[in-house]
Design a protein around this ligand. Structure first.
Ligand code: GSH
Length: 218
């Protein structure tokens, strides 16, 4: 097992993709050094390119190995640390968890572009488009289905904490910022995420950051 991980991330306030592996590693107490690159400056691309793989963060560095893309990093970490069960053990639940994670990874474009992650802010009264409402409804349905069918032994989407929970943590941050309230089962899931100590730590760190990226501030 490696203790030499480095995780290259963007600003904690804004970098939704970076939050996923960071929170998963902190949750499991996996040792790593965080390297922060400020996003959307004139030198961002150049700084990220120095790591010798993609042009976006997060990037996981494990010796000579570079893994870029948040889901690829989570998959890699799950392989390196099988004791943490990256995915549910049951094969049906695992197939659903992978599908839900992939849907999050490649979908919800309206929500992502209209409600950028901004952990330290609370923005009231924002008018949501129909497309954003549809994304929110779909996410609430996913939360409800996962909780009702697969969460018998814990508070997470599939009971025990798994990759899918890390995948959705940034969405919960967006809901916090823009006042998206979910009732019932999905609402209880939001509380679970918001009280996770790794998530609390991420939010606290984001409040200490000084950079303001005007292009993603509403
Ligand atoms: N699919 C990638 C997307 C990563 C991504 O777009 N990261 C943004 C920050 S949240 C980035 O690095 N942007 C820098 C840029 O585009 O210059 C992942 O999941 O890691």
């Amino acid at each position: 097992m490696s203790n030499d991980y480095q995780l290259v991330i963007g600003n904690k306030n804004y970098s939704s993709w970076s939050m996923r592996p960071w929170v998963w590693m902190r949750h499991h107490d996996i040792a790593f050094e965080t390297i922060m690159v400020s996003l959307y400056t004139s030198t961002t691309r150049q700084e990220i390119s120095k790591f010798g793989c993609g042009t976006t963060v997060p990037i996981l560095i494990d010796g000579d190995i570079r893994v870029w893309d948040s889901l690829a990093i989570l998959e890699y970490l799950a392989e390196q640390h099988p004791e943490y069960n990256g995915w549910p053990l049951d094969s049906t639940a695992r197939a659903v968890a992978r599908s839900v994670s992939a849907e999050m990874h490649s979908g919800f474009a309206a929500l992502r572009s209209s409600l950028p992650m901004n952990c330290r802010r609370t923005i009231k009264g924002l008018k949501l488009s129909e497309a954003v409402r549809q994304d929110i409804d779909r996410i609430a349905k996913l939360f409800t289905d996962c909780r009702q069918r697969y969460s018998h032994d814990g508070d997470w989407l599939f009971g025990n904490y798994s990759i899918v929970d890390a995948m959705f943590a940034p969405v919960v941050m967006r809901f916090n910022t823009y006042g998206v309230v979910l009732d019932g089962e999905p609402g209880r899931y939001l509380e679970t995420v918001n009280s996770q100590s790794a998530v609390r730590e991420w939010i606290e760190d984001s409040r200490l950051e000084k950079e303001v990226i005007e292009s993603v501030e509403l």
